[in-house]
Design a binder for this molecule. Structure first.
Ligand SMILES: [Zn+2]
Length: 92
């Protein structure tokens, strides 16, 4: 197995853990997502489009619609994802 494949698998596990821990341990959830970023940078891996929509790249908060995330829909344009934790806007 190559490094990227292993990294991809680890990242998927970390996403799952971050989602499981979010309600009870938001800080732990954040740490998992920081790890995702670290692993990703280390092996130069691109997250999938779906994975990018799961959390804030800036503050590593897990995005839950209506809770930590607001989505602005624009016709013919990419949606704007607004992180409610740090107010960062991203087109996704
Ligand atoms: Zn944020």
């Amino acid at each position: 197995m190559n490094k990227q494949k292993i990294a991809q698998e680890r990242i998927e596990i970390l996403f799952k853990l971050a989602q499981e821990e979010f309600d009870k341990h938001p800080e732990r959830s954040k740490r998992y997502l920081e790890l995702v970023d670290k692993i990703r940078t280390k092996v130069n891996l691109r997250l999938t489009k779906e994975q990018k929509k799961l959390f804030c790249k800036k503050c590593h908060t897990l995005w839950i619609k209506g809770k930590t995330l607001e989505i602005k829909k624009c016709a013919k344009l990419p949606d704007i994802y607004i992180c409610k934790a740090c107010d960062t806007e991203r087109k996704l």
